[in-house]
Design a protein around this ligand. Structure first.
Ligand SMILES: [Zn+2]
Length: 464
């Protein structure tokens, strides 16, 4: 009997015997089903689709589309394993056009992803156009050159997204039941913003927009009230453009060197009765979280924000958490998204992160007591080494699709070999969208090839 080729694999499939043609379905919204749950029946009597909401019907339609013109007679009862299924696009290190971003959104929608996390600000550029603080964008969006390891580009590089362009992406996503979560990364990764506003640093600057990757000492000064006035203005602009319940406020990789030597930051530590600079970051985050909450929004933060022990009400994105703070946070009732660096970061070569490693990773991290505290998964693509869309697609596909399947399909129904078989057929949909995935020969390199790639990467690190 022919098996169906659907990604993500539906959770309950009943083969009814025989083959039939698919047709435009009779649809109905059914209140007894969950918001993302649908039942699709294709048999000799026709094609019927019931869903718990319009969104669920959309998901049923994605399944139907992948079934093709004819398929085995079938009844599919399906709902996702996790409520949060996302991808992250870094448009700071390299910019990807609205048109190409829409292709990624189409691909994400076709595999029932429901979040696009848009990384808009960082050391190498400020790509969000802020109407209240126009200098952040005007002065912070163009770097002199690019020097990302082996990817060097002479000449200035820059650009930003206008409010109209960002709204266009928000609307495009909404039509596909995808929420855009914008990221304004603070207090670290703010060189571009500090280039525009050097007085918001601890030293007063001047501060350059960075032309290479790395972690940089200059971060927003937590001791100066004007820092918060500026941050809140920019967040107010973000809130006006993005209707998402959650706003990502970064919090990763914030070195404390400047704060240790800054009289304003030290005064803040004393005034607020904080123990040290880690607690100052916790205090900083909470102040921003309170601002968001007063505007009816919630926050997402990278896992480093937990180091102070002060952050309470944020959704935490775990990426590399050596001290297991995210697990402890989840076990105290917090919610986390899993984007484990070693498994889900799509910017690393397949030699380091083979497809099977990505696919087989269990987001219910070791030590998690209640699996409901993991709300979902997200596959990030950082773009220091990626300056064109073809390369981006090579790195992200099939990985995005593998993470989407982990987000939707229950663990006991997953199988990497079967996924690879189904991906071959699914790649027709990517090709309709205008995306070329990496060829199957790249996905799971032999141990010898992996060793060569890893040695090569370590060699590169040694030289820097
Ligand atoms: Zn300071």
């Amino acid at each position: 009997m022919r098996k169906i080729n659907v990604i993500p694999l539906p959770n309950k499939i009943t083969y009814l015997g025989g083959e039939t043609e698919t047709a435009a379905p009779e649809t109905s919204v059914c209140e007894s089903l969950g918001e993302e749950e649908y039942i699709l029946t294709v048999d000799k009597d026709g094609t019927k689709l019931a869903g718990g909401s319009e969104k669920a019907l959309f998901y049923g339609m994605q399944t139907l589309r992948q079934l093709g013109k004819s398929c085995p007679c079938i009844r599919i009862e399906d709902k996702p394993a996790f409520p949060y299924r996302g991808f992250m696009l870094d448009t700071v290190r390299h910019i990807f056009s609205i048109e190409d971003t829409k292709k990624l959104i189409d691909a994400a929608a076709s595999v029932k992803m429901n979040v696009m996390h848009w990384h808009l600000t960082d050391d190498q550029g400020f790509r969000f156009f802020s109407s209240r603080r126009t200098d952040a964008t005007k002065k912070g969006s163009v770097r002199e050159k690019s020097n990302f390891g082996k990817l060097k580009e002479s000449g200035s590089y820059g650009g930003y997204f206008t409010p109209e362009e960002m709204k266009e992406i928000v609307d495009y996503c909404a039509e596909r039941y995808i929420t855009v979560i914008p990221e304004f990364d603070i207090p670290g990764h703010t060189s571009a913003m500090l280039h525009a506003y050097p007085h918001l640093s601890c030293t007063g600057g001047p501060i350059d927009i960075k032309t290479c990757q790395g972690i940089f000492d200059d971060i927003l000064c937590a001791g100066k009230d004007e820092t918060f006035e500026t941050v809140f203005d920019i967040l107010s602009d973000i809130i006006e453009i993005f209707p998402s319940e959650y706003i990502h406020i970064g919090g990763d990789e914030a070195p404390k060197k400047r704060w240790k030597n800054c009289p304003d930051c030290q005064k803040r530590i004393a005034d607020e009765g904080l123990k040290n600079e880690e607690e100052l970051q916790g205090w900083f985050t909470n102040k921003v979280v309170e601002f968001l909450e007063s505007n009816g929004r919630k926050s997402v933060v990278w896992n480093e924000s937990l180091r102070s022990g002060l952050v309470k009400n944020s959704l935490v994105q775990m990426w590399m958490d050596r001290k297991k703070d995210s697990v402890a946070y989840a076990n105290k009732g917090g919610k986390i998204i899993v984007s484990d660096f070693f498994h889900y970061y799509c910017d690393y070569p397949y030699g380091m992160t083979p497809l099977a490693k990505t696919y087989n990773f269990d987001p219910i991290l070791k030590g998690i007591k209640n699996s409901n505290s993991v709300v979902g998964v997200e596959a990030p693509i950082w773009t220091e080494y990626i300056n064109n869309f073809d390369r981006l697609c090579f790195m992200c596909f099939p990985r995005f699709t593998a993470v989407a399947e982990t987000g939707w399909t229950e663990k006991q129904n997953k199988n990497v070999g079967d996924f690879c078989r189904r991906f071959e057929k699914y790649s027709d949909i990517l090709s309709e969208i205008g995306i070329t995935p990496s060829p199957a020969s790249e996905w799971n390199p032999s141990p010898l090839k992996r060793l060569k790639i890893i040695s090569f990467l370590l060699g590169l690190l040694d030289r820097e």
